[in-house]
Design a protein around this ligand. Structure first.
Ligand SMILES: Cc1cc2nc3c(=O)[nH]c(=O)nc-3n(C[C@H](O)[C@H](O)[C@H](O)COP(=O)(O)OP(=O)(O)OC[C@H]3O[C@@H](n4cnc5c(N)ncnc54)[C@H](O)[C@@H]3O)c2cc1C
Length: 395
């Protein structure tokens, strides 16, 4: 499957922006001399994000995939900042009141304001729905208490989407977990400094602390008298599809760099591309590229036809993230000592993309999700904590 003309034209615009505005500033972005949000805001106008929203094109699953792939080719870190913004903005824009949509949802979705979304907590990562942050409704207000860990963009976020348990919900009961919008400056809200990380240096990650944070009742997205509508799962599923597109960008970049180096580097009197062990690595990266591209288009098609399944998303995320990390390592190996240097993209690509074997739900959790979805079809229900129930039999 290939992009149609409209999507190809859009990809060309995004690619040109990345080459012009991001690639020359990679060192500054990585070292923190340039803020990813400065570039993100300039993307807003350059890519006409507002126009994509008003025309409805932003809801086309190909659009975030194009953005993610092209951004990841130059900076997976900046890409993470952007997709975290989109995840926060899309949730508010589709579920918020008119006022919230105008003040927070659209500015975040169009990349004018910095947004983050926070599900993970110090004591709940893979077991995400065991979260302890509480939301209490008091008259016209919602009061939040708790803390969040590892939230992308949190150190600079102007709009924070906090997943909290409404009073009355048992631990692990996801039907009582709702997203609540909190704006920077609200008393009781604090964010920690950026955490020091292995990679994704162009994406600040941080903790969030909520101490009797009061927001208007309308900031709680959803009807508290009804079960929550799986907002967190939907955001995670959309994020996983975008992760696959990011992986494709990383693999393409690594293949390009590896081919150039293999042709130019001469050892034993020949370009190293003449050695079959180099050729094998190039072939392996190419196979990863083809598989990840095919699974990205299959996911997009399934989204468009509303046939996407949990296991399809998890399988693609698991495969693509492992394949991209291996491709980056293969490219580094082809480049020898140079591959170990910061100045060459595969080294950074490896450090950045490694996150996705953990973030967005670890790859172990993806494997459990695939098995859960498969077994459910055969009357065998399992949960991620190792429990099971056979249809027609007692627990
Ligand atoms: C850079 C970065 C950015 C992030 N951004 C965000 C963000 O914006 N918003 C957000 O909400 N979160 C974010 N996260 C958090 C991320 O989603 C979690 O780190 C991830 O879900 C794993 O949770 P954990 O770190 O608590 O690991 P744990 O859940 O403690 O897992 C530790 C290990 O145990 C394994 N494990 C756990 N349960 C099982 C099981 N049942 N069976 C087998 N193995 C199991 C895991 O696979 C893993 O290998 C981010 C994390 C990082 C590092």
């Amino acid at each position: 499957m290939e992009l149609d003309e409209t999507h190809q034209a859009m990809e060309d615009v995004v690619q040109a922006f990345c080459q012009r505005e991001i690639e020359p500033r990679i060192d500054d972005l990585e070292s923190g001399r340039v803020s990813p949000f400065e570039i993100m805001r300039s993307m807003s106008d350059a890519l006409d994000m507002g126009g994509l929203i008003t025309s409805g094109a932003i809801a086309d699953p190909v659009v975030p995939a194009i953005l993610a792939k092209q951004l990841a080719r130059v900076s997976p870190g900046l890409c993470l900042s952007v997709i975290s913004n989109l995840g926060c903005g899309a949730t508010i824009a589709t579920r918020g009141s008119a006022d919230l949509v105008a003040r927070c949802g659209l500015p975040v979705l169009s990349l004018k304001k910095v947004g983050c979304w926070a599900l993970t907590e110090p004591e709940s990562g893979s077991d995400a729905f065991a979260l302890k942050t509480t939301a209490r409704i008091e008259g016209d207000e919602v009061v939040l208490n708790g803390s969040k860990a590892f939230s992308s963009n949190a150190p600079e976020a102007e709009v924070l989407l906090i997943y909290a348990r409404l009073a009355g919900g048992e631990a692990g009961d996801k039907r009582r977990i709702f997203p609540v919008v909190v704006e920077r400056g609200t008393p009781g809200l604090e964010t920690g400094p950026p955490l020091e990380k292995f990679g994704m240096h162009a994406s600040p990650t941080g903790d969030i602390f909520l101490d009797d944070v009061r927001v208007p009742r309308e900031n709680l997205l959803g009807d508290p008298d009804r079960p929550a509508r799986g907002t967190a799962e939907q955001t995670l599923a959309s994020e996983r599809i975008v992760i696959v597109a990011m992986c494709l960008g990383v693999i393409e970049r690594c293949l390009d760099e590896a081919i150039v180096h293999a042709r130019e580097r001469v050892q034993f009197g020949k370009p190293i591309a003449a050695f079959q062990l180099t050729q094998q690595k190039l072939a392996r990266i190419y196979v990863a590229q083809e598989n990840v591209r095919n699974s990205m288009f299959a996911l997009i098609h399934a989204q468009e036809t509303r046939t996407v399944s949990e296991r399809q998303v998890s399988a693609a995320k698991w495969y693509a993230t492992e394949a991209a990390a291996s491709a980056a390592l293969d490219a580094m190996q082809i480049m020898g000592g140079a591959g170990y240097l910061r100045e060459h993209a595969p080294e950074r690509m490896f450090r950045d993309i490694k996150l996705w074997t953990v973030g967005g739900g670890t790859n172990e959790i993806q494997q459990l999700t695939i098995a859960k979805d498969l077994l459910r079809q055969h009357g065998f229900e399992i949960d991620l904590a190792g429990g099971f129930r056979v249809e027609g039999e007692g627990a």
